[in-house]
Every structure is written in structure tokens, then in C-alpha cells.
Design a protein around this ligand. Structure first.
Ligand code: NAP
Length: 296
């Protein structure tokens, strides 16, 4: 009778509802996959706008060059931009802009943010790379208040205040932030407590802002390199017993190269990484996976 008919309708709706939604989801994924297959623009940064802090040397310089190679217009800064003279003359078309700004100070950051607004204006900012950072290798009891403040201002406050200063420009472009942390953000390599504290803060800022700014379409990620050959690490790597210890702690048995960090930053900035946010990507030759090893 009618009750059996009702029951049948009910069973059918239970059975079909999840089926329909599964079907809808897989059709949607299929459509996305078809649209994405062969879409080279996923892997391009052509005509994007980027800011890279500390682009005159080391990792920052490699990131600037990588983003330029992928077609970005890059605004960078350092306290002394003279080492960038060769790059600026090569990029005579104006795709590379360098200003002198100390991002550990409010005035330096304000200068950079006003330059972002002036240069990228209504277009907005696609990529902000918080790269600036430094270290003072010493025991915790030997830190002065000023040294603590300098590391905090350079490594941590710079990234937070610049990110919030660029928020509206990032929102206009539905852009992304990539901060340069370190393996020190989540492990102990005995190179100074304050460096480790600031990098841990940078990583948590990454997770927090990813959630806060996700609804604005802004992705927020970080990279965590181990030893990379730059002017910052050159004096340490020049000491062969130290360099050897670094190699032994690294499954790939070598230090990293700046281009290996730059390529990961570029990937995170691309639409190819469009669903990645709140992540800290290790670039460490496997060092963070290495446990105890007895070499008899
Ligand atoms: N190299 C590594 O093995 C390694 C490993 C893990 C993480 N990292 C991280 O990677 C980032 C870059 O390191 P790096 O080795 O490339 O360092 P680097 O060789 O010392 O280069 C630092 C760059 O930042 C600029 N800079 C420093 N302080 C600044 C400030 N207050 N305002 C504006 N610019 C400033 C420097 O130019 P000026 O001096 O002219 O300002 C330079 O262009 C840092 O955050 C570091 O902690 C490096």
C-alpha cells in the first residue's frame, strides 16, 4: 500500500543521496583534472608581482632570480642594494626593483609597503617572500637585551608586520606569503636559542595566518632549509671538520644550494600549489628524518 511506497521512496532517497553527492564530487574532480591537465599556466608566474626581502645575497638573491626567470616583476630590498647592480642592469626592462630598506624597523617596512602600493597598486601583490633573517651563535646566558631585540626584530617582527602591511595588496591579487624559516624552527641544532625561537614563531605565524587569511584567498606557507651554501653560512662551511659533521648528519651527504630553496619557493607561489596552505616545507636533504646511527 501507500506505506510500502513511502518506505521505498525513503530507501531510494537514502541510497541515492550519498551516491549523487559522490557522483557530483567525482564529476567535479574529473572536470578539474581535465581542465588542469596540460594547463601550463599552473606552472607559470608570468606577469605576477612579488616582494622578496633581503634579495641582495644568499637565498634572497636566488629567490629573486628564480621569480624573475618565471616572469614575475620583483621588488626587493636590503640595507645595501649595491650587490644587486649587475642584476638591475641585466633586468633593464624594470622587472627588478631594489630599494634600500631595513625591515627590522617600522620606517623601513613602511617604505617597502608604500613602494608595493605605488608599484603594484590596484593590480595587487601575488607573492610576498619574508626571507630576511640572521643569527648570533652564542649561549643563552650570553645574550644581551639588545641582541635579543635585534634578532626578534629582524627574524620575527619583520615578517609579521610586513605580512599585515601587505595584506590588502595580497587580498586584491588573491596572493600568497612564503616565509623562510629553518630546520631550527622545529628542532635543536645548538646555534642559539633566540634564532630557534624566532623561526618557531615564524612557522606558527604561517599556520595561524593561513587560517585567518584563507577566506581572503591568501595562501600562507613557509620553507625550512637545513645548511645551504650562502654568505651567512660560508664562514662555518669553510671549517672542514664542521662541514664534514654537517654532511654526516644529512642523508643526502651534502649541503643544499640556494637554487634548491628558490625553486621550492617558486613552486609554492604557483597555481600548481593552489591548495597548499599553512605548511612548512622542509628543504634539508633528509636531515630532519635522520635518527641515531652507529658507524663502528
Ligand atoms: N643559509 C642557510 O643555510 C640557511 C638555512 C636555514 C634558514 N636560512 C634562512 O634563510 C634566510 C636568508 O639567509 P641567507 O643565508 O641567505 O642570509 P645572508 O646570506 O646573510 O643574506 C641575507 C640577506 O638579507 C639582507 N638583510 C639582512 N638583514 C636585513 C634587514 N634588517 N633589512 C633588510 N635586508 C636585510 C641582507 O642584505 P643587507 O645585509 O645589505 O641588509 C642579504 O641580502 C634567513 O632567514 C635565514 O635564517 C638560511
Amino acid at each position: 500500500g501507500p506505506r510500502v511506497a513511502l518506505l521505498l521512496v525513503y530507501i531510494k532517497s537514502i541510497l541515492l543521496h550519498p551516491l549523487k553527492s559522490i557522483l557530483r564530487t567525482s564529476m567535479f574532480s574529473l572536470a578539474l583534472a581535465i581542465a588542469a591537465a596540460g594547463d601550463r599556466s599552473l606552472w607559470s608566474l608570468a606577469d605576477r608581482t612579488a616582494v622578496v626581502t633581503g634579495g641582495s645575497k644568499g637565498l634572497g638573491r636566488a629567490i629573486v632570480e628564480e621569480l624573475l626567470d618565471h616572469g614575475c616583476t620583483v621588488l626587493t630590498c636590503a640595507r645595501d642594494v649595491s650587490p644587486l647592480a649587475d642584476l638591475l642592469s641585466r633586468e633593464a626592462g624594470g622587472r627588478c626593483i631594489a630599494i634600500e630598506a631595513d625591515v627590522s624597523t617600522a620606517s623601513g617596512r613602511a617604505l617597502l609597503v608604500s613602494e608595493v602600493e605605488a608599484r603594484f597598486g590596484a593590480r595587487g601583490l601575488d607573492v610576498l617572500v619574508n626571507n630576511v633573517g640572521t643569527n648570533l651563535r652564542k649561549a643563552s646566558v650570553d645574550y644581551t637585551d639588545d641582541e635579543y631585540e635585534m634578532l626578534h626584530a629582524t627574524n620575527q617582527a619583520s615578517a609579521f608586520h610586513l605580512s599585515r602591511g601587505c595584506h590588502s595588496a595580497l587580498k586584491r591579487a588573491r596572493g600568497c606569503v612564503v616565509s623562510v624559516s629553518s630546520v631550527s624552527g622545529s628542532s635543536n641544532d645548538a646555534t642559539g636559542a633566540v634564532y630557534h625561537m624566532t623561526k618557531a614563531a615564524l612557522e606558527h605565524m604561517t599556520r595561524y595566518l593561513a587560517c585567518e587569511w584563507g577566506p581572503d584567498g591568501i595562501r600562507v606557507n613557509a620553507v625550512a632549509p637545513w645548511f645551504i651554501r650562502t654568505p651567512l653560512t660560508a664562514p662555518l662551511l669553510a671549517q672542514e671538520p664542521f662541514h664534514d659533521a654537517v654532511r654526516r648528519a644529512t642523508p643526502l651527504r651534502r649541503v643544499g644550494e640556494p637554487c634548491e630553496v628558490a625553486s621550492t619557493v617558486a613552486f609554492l607561489a604557483m597555481r600548481a600549489a593552489g591548495y597548499i596552505t599553512g605548511q612548512v616545507v622542509g628543504i634539508d636533504g633528509g636531515m630532519m628524518q635522520e635518527g641515531f646511527r652507529y658507524v663502528g
